[in-house]
Design a protein around this ligand. Structure first.
Ligand SMILES: *Cc1c(COP(=O)(O)O)cnc(C)c1O
Length: 406
């Protein structure tokens, strides 16, 4: 039996890896653009892009070239040295929004950790307030470190890990009254995922997002946004908060930043940035030459190819199209929602069966919260691929309905 068969790999994993992941029944051999292939040569349409990471498609030739070139020149020297690659990237990133400073790290959770530390230290050392609490929202996902698990506030991510760090408090999504009541002299900041991803693709309404910003401004607490998943053009603007004309104090991002290499970043206003002094925070790998060169190329391509605009147009079209799929099978789809190419299809039928049938038809996507199909395709996805997916979805739903004798 080939060393690449699913059974073989499953057995190897069982022997070798700590048990943390539930895998999809595919071993991926290679990728190109919006397509993936398994070892048997079967082709899949990738509507997930490594969970919003591969925004330019797999192995984009210009990103591959930038990585190869930088790998031959300098990969890592540590943050003890000046590195031009990091500064080129910092300038490009800061050009996308109103922020004044950036810090580089290696993942989304680390970006959120840095954001939380910055908010606390700003309140305690600049504003001289004894404030440390970060308020988050139900349904959020902020990462898997102890502090970000505490910020996430969902039992299934914190089970067995107590005691969690103190200083996190959660209020219902969309509830401005509860938020207002939760803010106290202990509050350092409010952390909002503008479009909840893992929580089921829930975009904040304009009134909710503006209300959060208003409470932050009135009550003297920092406004933090987690754009680890929704950032970098996916929702139709560089940053999802820009749909609402807001100006948060601190932003965390990661997933799509370095074209598949691990990288996170925190952007801050000049005011909030005063919270850190030399030695306050650090990361050995953060902003290394290789990842920085890759990320600079990714940003260049997103801007040059106008991918945020593309995501806005294609995403709006796709959501209408998927709603039409719902009308073809009354009672099958509860809601289609999202922003740009961050799309959730909430099913009224068992999600696992539909997800499996779509995978069987060659479409890779994610199922979250048991009933929500989550689509995070490359921003370069073709309309024809989304049309083919809509037709496959209709077939699967109609077949499911017939099998249930409706
Ligand atoms: C994925 C994600 C994180 C965590 O990122 P990691 O790189 O896995 O640590 C944090 N916040 C949001 C919104 C995410 O989608």
């Amino acid at each position: 039996m080939a060393q690449t068969s699913l059974d073989h790999l499953r057995q190897e994993e069982e022997d070798l890896l700590l048990r943390t992941y539930g895998r999809y029944p595919i071993a991926v051999a290679r990728g190109k653009g919006t397509r993936l292939w398994d070892y048997a040569g079967r082709e899949y349409v990738d509507l997930l892009s490594g969970i919003a990471v591969i925004a330019l498609g797999h192995c984009h030739p210009e990103v591959t070239e930038a990585i190869a070139r930088q790998a031959g020149r300098l990969v890592h020297v540590s943050n003890l040295f000046y590195q031009q690659e990091q500064l080129v990237l910092a300038r490009a990133l800061l050009d996308t929004a109103h922020f004044g400073k950036v810090f580089f790290c290696n993942s989304g959770a680390e970006a959120n950790e840095a954001a939380i530390k910055l908010a606390r230290r700003y309140q305690q050392r600049v504003r001289m307030r004894d404030a440390y609490e970060i308020i988050t929202f139900e349904g959020a996902f902020h990462g898997r470190t102890l502090a970000t698990v505490a910020a996430t506030g969902q039992a299934r991510f914190s089970d067995g890990f107590s005691p969690l760090p103190e200083g996190f408090r959660q209020v219902p999504w969309g509830d401005l009254e509860a938020l207002e009541a939760a803010v106290s002299e202990k509050t350092a900041g409010i952390l909002l995922e503008i479009v909840q991803g893992e929580g089921g693709i829930r975009p904040a309404t304009p009134a909710f997002a503006a209300g959060v910003a208003d409470i932050c401004a009135r009550r003297g607490v920092l406004f933090l946004v987690d754009e680890v998943q929704c950032g970098l053009g996916r929702t139709g603007k560089w940053w999802a908060f820009q749909h609402f004309g807001l100006a948060p104090d601190i932003l965390s991002t990661a997933k799509a930043l370095a074209g598949g290499l691990p990288m996170g970043a925190v952007m801050s206003t000049d005011e909030a940035a005063a919270g850190f002094a030399a030695g306050s925070h650090a990361s050995t790998f953060g902003g290394g030459a290789l990842v920085s060169a890759a990320a600079a190329k990714v940003l260049e391509i997103i801007a040059r190819d106008r991918l945020p605009e593309r995501a806005a147009e294609l995403g709006a079209w796709a959501m209408d199209r998927f709603r039409a799929s719902g009308r073809a099978c009354p009672g099958c789809i509860r809601e289609v929602r999202g922003l740009g190419l961050m799309i959730g299809i909430e099913l009224a039928v068992p999600g696992k069966e539909v997800w499996s049938a779509l995978l069987e038809k060659g479409f890779i996507l994610n199922l979250t919260q048991d009933t929500i199909l989550r689509l995070l395709p490359p921003l370069t996805i073709e309309k024809a691929d989304l049309e083919a997916f809509a037709q496959a979805l209709e077939e699967v739903l109609t077949r499911h309905r017939q099998s249930k004798g409706h």
